[in-house]
Design a protein around this ligand. Structure first.
Ligand SMILES: Cc1ncc(COP(=O)(O)O)c(C=O)c1O
Length: 375
């Protein structure tokens, strides 16, 4: 948010800024989804709905999840929320008591840390292996489990690294969680954007529903960030607790967005492979360009739409951290990236390639010149 604000200020001053900061698709919301929302307005579907979303929407969420991953959730185990972030917030408030520990692999999506802290929990971080595409193993997590551990958070594909856990590693982490009596939250926000592997959900394993909470979002999959629709799939007692909280805070997700979401989930899925193919093309380009900059290291992203290069080669001339690097890159080369400090590391920046090839070319040219000292 700070990067976006600084970039915005420069732009208003007339500076030509290339923005790699945005964490949202640059594609428009598909037409069939927009039409469903317009039809909802025309039909006056503009009033309160049940707090956790209409039955029709919850059924659509369960159906889509079944069709994509083979799970067997029912509407009683489903809560529609105001974006995926809301599902995660409600979960932490419902599940985490003062002093509970939550295991979070690094780098992590920035929100996890703050919502865990806000719920009174304590974050326990697990380093991931950069040389291995920012992955981690059940063994890495096991070493951090204590008597106070309540939850393990897995985000694969990962924002910011694009790292993807293999099914085998994910299953081992699941078995570990069951053995140690710890809940597992899987943030499936980017699950449909995988470049090499087949999408899967850990909740499809036999018996897994008891131990797993899914945080889902329509934001990225259907390019619907502004519509604010997400969901949780979880054991019913947990859903009931989250619902209680939601009934006294936001109430239902917007009625119109719910109708749009039903169309997104049950209508044509054709936009997803089209977006994925374009993201892959951009991913390849970004990786190739970053690798060509002397001293920059980049683990190839295997999912989502972010690259997370190690730019410590640029730590000179008063730059000693990713934050300072990002500030100077913006003020001197006019490229906005997000510094790794936001995600728990100090030598990386996040580049979002949810932007046009033309912008990627311009921005990477500038980064190349900046890092090579030619700006
Ligand atoms: C890893 C991850 N999870 C969840 C979300 C939540 O998205 P939303 O609240 O728009 O559904 C995001 C958004 O950037 C994300 O990157």
């Amino acid at each position: 948010m700070k990067v976006a604000a600084d970039a915005d200020r420069l732009r208003r001053e007339g500076v030509d800024v290339v923005d790699f900061g945005a964490g949202e698709p640059d594609f428009p919301t598909p037409d069939n989804i927009k039409k469903a929302a317009i039809a909802a307005i025309d039909a006056n579907f503009t009033k309160y709905t049940p707090t956790g979303g209409t039955l029709e929407l919850k059924q659509a969420i369960c159906e889509r999840h079944h069709a994509d991953y083979g799970t067997s959730y029912t509407p009683a185990e489903c809560l529609a929320t105001v974006g995926g972030k809301h599902a995660i917030f409600n979960l932490m408030q419902a599940l985490i008591e003062d002093g509970d520990e939550v295991i979070i692999p690094v780098p992590y999506w920035v929100t996890y840390k703050d919502v865990v802290n806000y719920a009174g929990g304590k974050c326990v971080f697990v380093e991931s292996d950069e040389a291995n595409g920012f992955t981690f193993t059940a063994g890495d997590i096991a070493r951090k489990i204590s008597g106070k551990t309540k939850l393990i958070i897995i985000n694969s594909p990962c924002n910011p690294s694009g790292g993807v856990l293999s099914r085998e590693d994910f299953e081992k982490i699941y078995h570990l969680a069951v053995k140690r009596g710890v809940q597992l939250m899987t943030d499936e926000c980017y699950c449909r954007f995988l470049y090499d592997d087949q999408p899967f959900s850990i909740a499809a394993m036999p018996g897994a529903k008891e131990n797993v909470v899914i945080a889902g979002s329509l934001s990225k999959t259907y390019s619907m960030t502004g519509w604010r629709v997400g969901f949780a799939l979880a054991p019913k007692p947990l859903i009931d607790a989250m619902l209680k909280l939601q009934s006294h805070t936001t109430s239902n997700p917007t009625s119109i967005s719910q109708k749009a979401a039903i169309e997104a989930l049950l209508g044509s899925q054709d936009s997803i492979p089209i977006m994925l193919a374009e993201y892959r093309r951009r991913r390849d380009f970004v990786v190739q360009r970053l690798r060509a900059i002397s001293g920059v290291k980049i683990a190839e992203p295997r999912g989502a739409f972010y690259a997370y290069p190690n730019i410590s080669v640029g730590f000179r001339n008063g730059i000693a951290s990713a934050l300072q690097f990002s500030e100077k890159l913006l003020s001197e080369a006019h490229v906005a990236v997000v510094p790794g400090e936001a995600f728990g590391t100090t030598e990386h920046v996040r580049i979002s390639y949810a932007t046009s090839m033309k912008e990627l070319e311009r921005g990477l040219d500038r980064m190349d010149r900046f890092i090579s000292g030619r700006v």
